[in-house]
Design a protein. Structure first.
Length: 156
């Protein structure tokens, strides 16, 4: 048996196959999603999501120039049409800065010293899927002035 979950617009969200007997039940939620419930005898494949997670990282008010010690407010917009977001992690390069488990996903990074920073986020869903956001490059200068290394980041 082969099952596919569609959203109310007819877009495929996931699929699952079974090689043994299945007793089927159908359910419709208030969003118009149709769910298949089943009593399965045998083995089935894992769900294959056909709609990926989406994640966008932004900075509050799109601030361009920062002076040390800086306060940077990061916002992440994460969506998962086929499941639910379980956490969003904020990074500077490969260094984990913060983990957020409640929407809206945001992080206020305080006392950021002089330097160049490469900021990203990763969203995780209840099926174990991971999405990586866009990258935001920021340079923290001194008293609102950019250093020579900041010009590389085009944030000054």
């Amino acid at each position: 048996m082969f099952f596919i979950k569609y959203d109310k617009s007819g877009n495929q969200l996931w699929e699952k196959t079974y090689s043994y007997a299945v007793n089927i039940g159908l359910a419709l939620d208030h969003f118009g999603n149709i769910y298949v419930t089943a009593n399965i005898r045998g083995q089935g494949s894992d769900y294959v999501e056909t709609k990926p997670l989406t994640l966008n990282l932004s900075i509050l008010y799109n601030i361009v120039k920062y002076s040390a010690p800086a306060r940077i407010k990061l916002n992440a917009t994460a969506t998962d049409e086929a499941g639910r977001i379980t956490k969003v992690r904020f990074y500077n390069g490969t260094t984990l800065l913060h983990t957020e488990t409640v929407s809206p996903y945001g992080f206020l990074w305080d006392n950021v010293p002089l330097g160049n920073y490469t900021l990203t986020a990763k969203a995780y869903d209840n099926s174990g899927n991971v999405a990586t956001s866009n990258t935001i490059n920021k340079c923290i200068g001194s008293r609102g002035k950019c250093t020579a290394s900041c010009k590389y980041y085009k944030s000054c």
